[in-house]
Write a protein that binds this ligand. Structure first.
Ligand SMILES: [Zn+2]
Length: 264
């Protein structure tokens, strides 16, 4: 009898878990341009095609903040076909090539940037451009660490004390710097090169981030660690059929043998 009760409880527990799981596809872009110059880039015309496809197929692009609050239970519901757009690295082509389309389609976009590059690296936007994009109310700046390091390599190179300080600078330091520059709270983080481990997930939470995003090709889910939510990197090799597979859930949680590898 006890066993039967236990089995029923386990079964109901798993049904409950399935019933309450909430998921949202989060896309991750990098660079845009008239021609494809490298693997991290997509043609601006391909991005326009994707925005048009979302529109004609009844999708709603929602802000990352809304999606994350929905996963946490702070926002009750979102449109059935919701999708989130994010862009990593703060490349100039976001300002020159992507922004006109973002304004045309009125889609919210989160920019994960690292402050060491802004107003500094030749390929990056400057602080004025980021602030200008935010005045449209469509763009929102969030954190992509301080200077885009490879945490795996740094962990090998540095002593535990040095590494701890280093992580603090990259996570907490970036948050503080971006808050000073942008004049608003920085709540979200995107892992650099998609690299993270258990220790870093704890550190990100301690640094005050509400959620952090990987490039693990799966929907962001309420059942996942909030510091390791999945995203689909979109690059030039993805045709509209592949794009459809990302947003409609076809690609979500594929077994490793079937998983696509997108080189960073
Ligand atoms: Zn990056």
């Amino acid at each position: 009898m006890f066993r039967l009760v236990l089995m029923v409880a386990v079964l109901m527990g798993s049904l409950w878990a399935t019933a309450v799981e909430k998921k949202v596809p989060v896309l991750c872009y990098h660079r845009f341009g008239p021609e494809v110059a490298d693997s991290m880039m997509i043609k601006t015309s391909a991005f326009a095609e994707q925005m048009e496809w979302l529109k004609t197929h009844g999708y709603t692009v929602i802000p990352l903040d809304t999606a994350t609050k929905y996963l946490r239970g702070e926002v009750k519901s979102i449109p059935a076909k919701s999708v989130v757009i994010t862009v990593d690295d703060g490349h100039k082509s976001v300002y020159s090539d992507m922004a006109p389309l973002v304004k045309k389609y009125k889609v919210p976009v989160t920019l994960f940037v690292y402050p060491s590059a802004i107003s500094n690296a030749a390929y990056a936007m400057n602080w004025e451009q980021l602030r200008e994009l935010e005045t449209t109310k469509l763009f929102r700046v969030e954190s992509h660490t301080y200077w885009h390091p490879n945490f795996k390599k740094e962990k090998k190179k540095l002593s535990p004390e040095e590494y701890s300080k280093f992580v603090d600078k990259q996570l907490g330091g970036a948050k503080k710097k971006l808050e000073e520059r942008m004049g608003h709270e920085i709540k979200y983080l995107a892992w650099v090169f998609g690299i993270y481990d258990d220790g870093l997930l704890v550190d990100a939470k301690k640094s005050g981030y509400a959620a952090a995003f990987t490039i693990d090709r799966q929907h962001a889910s309420s059942c996942d660690n909030a510091m390791a939510l999945g995203r689909y990197m979109v690059v030039s090799k993805h045709d509209i059929k592949a794009f459809e597979g990302m947003v409609n859930g076809r690609e979500d949680r594929l077994p490793p043998s079937k998983k696509e590898v997108v080189k960073y």
